[in-house]
Design a protein around this ligand. Structure first.
Ligand SMILES: *Cc1c(COP(=O)(O)O)cnc(C)c1O
Length: 362
């Protein structure tokens, strides 16, 4: 069998053009050529994140920065909002970092809500909050505007926000929202291979970090700032990945941000329509569906059609497309389809045609 095209929610399909962009001669990471590359990428990342703060490049997957943010910002106690596999794990990671941490639990498929967060923060116990904008395990989005209101009510509490599978697929206005750390990984909506994470840090978060002991070195925000001011990273970064990011940013801005966001919205709506037209219901709470992937219910909650997902995924794969058969405790009782990156109505329709054929063969 030839290449199986990825429609799993990360890592996603990478274009030939992006792969070619890696084929650049390696330059030294303290060279002028690297500083020029960094300086070329920086303002466009700030535009994409809607921020005036520096945007940093971490040679790690997203978890590096998720753990790093905990190490940089938690002095007292962190409240980890849990509503899916990735956010649940963030609580565990915080504890493993030796921090005092507590989970604020929401049912899987439900968004993180402002009122519950407000009630917890009113205790004064917490100096840091984590939440995930787009819970990839459940295809559920939490309301950023609502959670931003809570951040503004508690300006001294640091808000660390995972936008791993949403950044660049939809508009996230970091400065206006007021969140302190906003992070993502490039193997999701950016459509680059895994290995690079991107994040912003607020002024308040730099100030907090300066008071926190045990930040370590590799993910120390103050090291990123010191080096970033000179268009460099603290340690040798994944240089050729940044050439590929440069190439991808050219494409993103050639398409235009608004057009890119609208395309993702449309493709998500097409995927939801496919599911509903085939008798399924969606897994997330209505009104909180992700716009970069769709999590389709298959018995995890009552209602809708139920199929043999394992067989379905296999039949779709035989036609050259990989979708995901559910993640964590809802593996098999949901399935997920990504519409991130370079997809178009035409490429989604190719996938849907394969899915139609597979359904008919069950
Ligand atoms: C994929 C994903 C992660 C994990 O990212 P890694 O790059 O594997 O470290 C974390 N959070 C969310 C929401 C994700 O989708």
């Amino acid at each position: 069998m030839g290449h199986v095209k990825l429609f799993i929610p990360g890592p996603i399909e990478v274009s030939e053009k992006t792969l070619q962009a890696f084929a650049h001669p390696v330059v030294g990471h303290r060279s002028q050529a690297f500083k020029d590359l960094y300086a070329r990428v920086q303002p466009r990342l700030q535009q994409l994140f809607y921020t005036k703060q520096p945007v940093f490049l971490s040679t790690s997957s997203a978890w590096g920065v998720m753990e790093g943010a905990i190490r940089n910002l938690v002095n007292k106690k962190v409240l980890c909002c849990c509503n899916g596999a990735f956010s649940d794990k963030w609580l565990d990671v915080s504890l493993r970092c030796g921090k005092d941490a507590e989970g604020l639990k929401f049912e899987w498929g439900m968004p993180v809500r402002g009122a519950a967060l407000d009630e917890k923060l009113a205790t004064g116990e917490f100096d840091t909050v984590t939440f995930i904008h787009n819970e990839t395990s459940t295809g559920t989005q939490s309301p950023l505007a609502e959670l931003s209101q809570i951040k503004k009510k508690y300006p001294d509490v640091m808000f660390i926000v995972d936008t791993v599978s949403s950044m660049s697929g939809q508009k996230i206005q970091v400065d206006e929202l007021g969140f302190d750390v906003v992070l993502c990984g490039v193997q999701k909506a950016f459509a680059l291979p895994p290995g690079l994470a991107i994040f912003t840090v607020s002024e308040a978060a730099f100030e907090r970090a300066a008071t926190v002991k045990g930040r370590g070195y590799y993910f120390d925000f103050l090291e990123f700032k010191k080096n970033g001011d000179k268009n460099m990273t603290p340690s040798t970064p994944v240089i050729n990945h940044i050439y590929a990011l440069d190439s991808k940013l050219n494409e993103i801005f050639a398409e235009g941000l608004e057009a890119r966001f609208a395309r993702h919205q449309k493709l998500a709506e097409m995927t939801r329509a496919w599911a509903l037209n085939h008798g399924f219901i969606l897994y997330p709470e209505e009104g909180y569906e992700s716009v970069t992937l769709t999590c389709i219910n298959n018995g995890a909650k009552p209602g809708g059609r139920v199929i043999d997902v394992e067989k379905f995924v296999k039949l779709v794969k035989e036609q050259g497309f990989l979708i995901n058969g559910g993640y964590g405790k809802i593996k098999g009782t949901t399935f997920r389809i990504s519409n991130m990156g370079d997809e178009t109505p035409e490429t989604m329709n190719e996938l849907f045609a394969a899915m139609d054929k597979a359904i008919a063969q069950l």
